[in-house]
Design a protein around this ligand. Structure first.
Ligand code: PBG
Length: 313
């Protein structure tokens, strides 16, 4: 065993983990997410408590997703000063000042149609207006930074989103706020449980006009190239399990820190099989997380973060 410790090529520690968290309106709410056992929608007060627990478990960072009180066509809830995520950031900064707070920058949780940007038309003829969306994403990032977010994470897959956000942050005095870009984000069935959790399934059509085709590798590298050139501080590949080759390629070709997102469907599959007694949850999770690190990820966004922190002690 000692010998194996000495020759082990890949390390996994709590330092590598980022915990996602869903915030919703209300007080003293911890609403279980049925397709993600062990995960909850938290009201702001409860989210702050959870953040303290994450920090005490040794986890360096969290990423926030919001479920707003109301949705509308333009996703106003994403960028109002008293938006649900903005409130949560302020509360968490107070209670857990040393926990790094990342915020997801997207409109799909806030739009009535569930798409990640401004939509023209409906049904089969709908189109997402890329450039009109950029302005709203930039507004969202600035309002999150103003609330105290230290890393903003654009996930809408609009072309030019990293540059638009970087310029807006700099203009508003937030040069120090970093951007973690969902750079290669695939149109994936593995996001199913997240859309329950964030109450954000598209009401018509799907996301395949702006998220990537799972069959494409060269295109993924082009997406990563754009985000790196636009000033992304951290690059991300998402999902993780079925995209290990992309993680490896990006690691080999880019010097930026690299994240991968161990997404909701990947979590749900492990939980379901573990609940049936078909797999050993702890061993499976640690093996998967080690695999992401071996593939080249520096950091992992994972719903297993809190459990893994205990197992890695
Ligand atoms: C927002 C967003 C999604 C996820 C992260 N940010 C959903 C989507 O693109 O449909 C998915 C995360 C997960 O499945 O865990 N655009």
């Amino acid at each position: 065993k000692a010998m194996r410790r000495l020759v082990r090529e890949t390390s996994l520690s709590v330092d590598d983990l980022i915990a996602p968290l869903f915030v919703r309106p209300g007080r003293k709410v911890r609403k279980p997410i049925s397709s993600m056992p062990g995960q909850f929608q938290f009201s702001v007060d409860e989210a702050a408590k959870e953040a303290v627990e994450l920090f005490e478990a040794g986890i360096p960072a969290m990423i926030l997703f919001g479920i707003p009180p109301r949705k509308d066509r333009l996703g106003t809830g994403a960028y109002t000063a008293d938006g649900i995520v903005q409130k949560a950031v302020r509360a968490i900064r107070k209670k857990a000042p040393e926990l790094l707070i990342m915020t997801d920058v997207c409109l799909c949780e806030y739009t009535s149609h569930g798409h990640c940007g401004v939509v023209r038309g409906r049904g089969r003829n709908f189109e997402v207006d890329n450039d009109a969306t950029l302005k709203l994403l930039a507004k969202t990032a600035v309002s999150q930074a103003r609330a105290g977010a230290q890393v903003v994470a654009p996930s809408a897959m609009m072309d030019g989103q990293v540059l638009a956000i970087r310029e807006a942050l700099d203009r508003s005095g937030f040069e120090g706020v970093a951007i973690m870009a969902y750079a290669a984000k695939f149109a994936s069935a593995f996001y199913g449980p997240f859309r329950d959790a964030a109450e954000s399934p598209p009401q018509f059509g799907d996301r395949s006009t702006y998220q990537m085709d799972p069959a494409n590798v060269r295109e993924a590298l082009r997406e990563v190239e754009m985000d790196a050139a636009e000033g992304a501080d951290i690059l991300m590949v998402k999902p993780a399990l079925a995209y290990m080759d992309i993680i490896r390629l990006v690691r080999d070709e880019y010097d930026e820190p690299l994240a991968c997102y161990n997404v909701s469907g990947e979590y749900a599959m492990v939980k379901a099989a573990a609940q049936k007694g078909w797999i050993d949850e702890q061993e499976i999770v640690l093996e998967m997380l080690t695999g992401f690190r071996r593939a080249g990820a520096d950091m992992i966004l994972t719903y297993h973060a809190k459990d893994a922190a205990v197992w890695l002690k």
